[in-house]
Design a protein around this ligand. Structure first.
Ligand code: SF4
Length: 327
């Protein structure tokens, strides 16, 4: 399969300001650091991790909604970072975003028809084209024609997400970043929205980056998975390999948080502590303060992402050790 998106060494730092009288930069928060991945046309890459791990920032970097501190994004053979002005606008129409809470992006005074048509309006499409496309999109996302004249507050959360999906598809994008699109919904509605996204992907050959904190949801939609911890990818690979053989201790922690099918049963959580966002060490493994397997080397040397199998990599000194032992 050909790559639609290739991100290479993407990094994003935000300045931290301090000082009593004069605010000056006292440091930087490395929200995303040296992140690389490829998404093939028509596939779904799930980016998974706890809140604050940099997954949403990565999604916005890939769409160039925020500028990276370093790194490149190649979209369908075009270096997205080199584009300016009208050319950037044109390419951006092929990249769309579905929000966790679509109503935050909706003007409550606009009808569904106007909300779905708005991206086309901004892109200068004719009124008749907008009308036809809205008529085409509503049934595709499971809404009825009469919904076109209603307002967002008249819908349930699941229906509002369907409006958000229709709006994202209005300009016939190739690539969609789905940023926690179901995490605000009830479990039964989550499945419906995930199934809708899968159907639309098949129908229109869409490529997704699916951002989530929930490995249970991701399992139903991902082809490949990137697990992020404090701005770095710590495990990356084909879904079945990551799920059947989670290699990084952090991935195993996330797996342990997934509820078991039997009511009341929980997995054993094999780690300590909470995610740290303060004082992240630039040297060593960022997971060291929580890892039950931490070794002296972990605090001094950043573990590189190494391949443990075809299309499966992890960034952990334990992996390096076992690969070294096997060699
Ligand atoms: Fe744990 Fe060390 Fe591996 Fe980091 S590198 S996950 S601290 S064993």
């Amino acid at each position: 399969m050909t790559a639609l998106i290739t991100a290479t060494n993407l990094s994003k730092s935000f300045p931290i300001f301090g000082g009593r009288l004069i605010k000056k930069q006292i440091g930087a928060l490395h929200a995303v650091e040296d992140v690389s991945f490829t998404i093939a046309r028509g596939e779904t890459l799930a980016v998974v991790g706890e809140s604050g791990c940099g997954k949403s920032t990565t999604g916005r970097l890939v769409m160039r909604l925020i500028e990276p501190t370093a790194g490149q994004v190649d979209f369908d053979g075009v270096d997205l970072m080199s584009l300016r002005g009208e050319k950037l606008k044109q390419e951006r129409r092929r990249l769309q975003l579905i929000f966790q809470d679509p109503s935050s992006a909706f003007n409550p005074r606009m009808t569904v028809a106007n909300l779905v048509a708005e991206p086309m309006n901004i892109a200068g499409r004719s009124a008749s084209e907008q009308r036809d496309r809205v008529r085409e999109l509503l049934p595709l996302v499971g809404l009825a024609p009469e919904h076109a004249d209603r307002f967002p507050h008249q819908f349930s959360g699941g229906q509002r997400q369907r409006i958000g999906i229709a709006r994202a598809l209005a300009l016939r994008p190739d690539f969609v970043v789905c940023d926690e699109p179901v995490s605000a919904l009830d479990v039964s509605v989550q499945a419906q929205v995930v199934n809708l996204l899968k159907d639309l992907q098949q129908q229109f050959g869409l490529t997704y980056m699916f951002i989530s904190h929930d490995l249970r949801v991701v399992r139903h939609i991902a082809d490949r998975v990137a697990v992020m911890y404090l701005g770095k990818i710590v495990e990356y690979g084909e879904k079945h390999k990551v799920y059947s053989n989670p290699t990084h201790p952090y991935t195993r922690l996330l797996m342990s948080a997934v509820p078991l099918p039997e009511p009341g049963r929980k997995r054993h959580v094999a780690t300590v502590g909470e995610i740290e966002t303060q004082g992240i060490a630039n040297n060593g493994c960022r997971f060291a303060s929580r890892c039950p397997h931490v070794m002296p080397i972990c605090r001094d040397v950043v573990p590189p992402l190494v391949e443990t199998d075809i299309d499966h990599s992890a960034a952990c000194h334990l992996v390096n050790k076992s690969l070294g032992a096997a060699a």
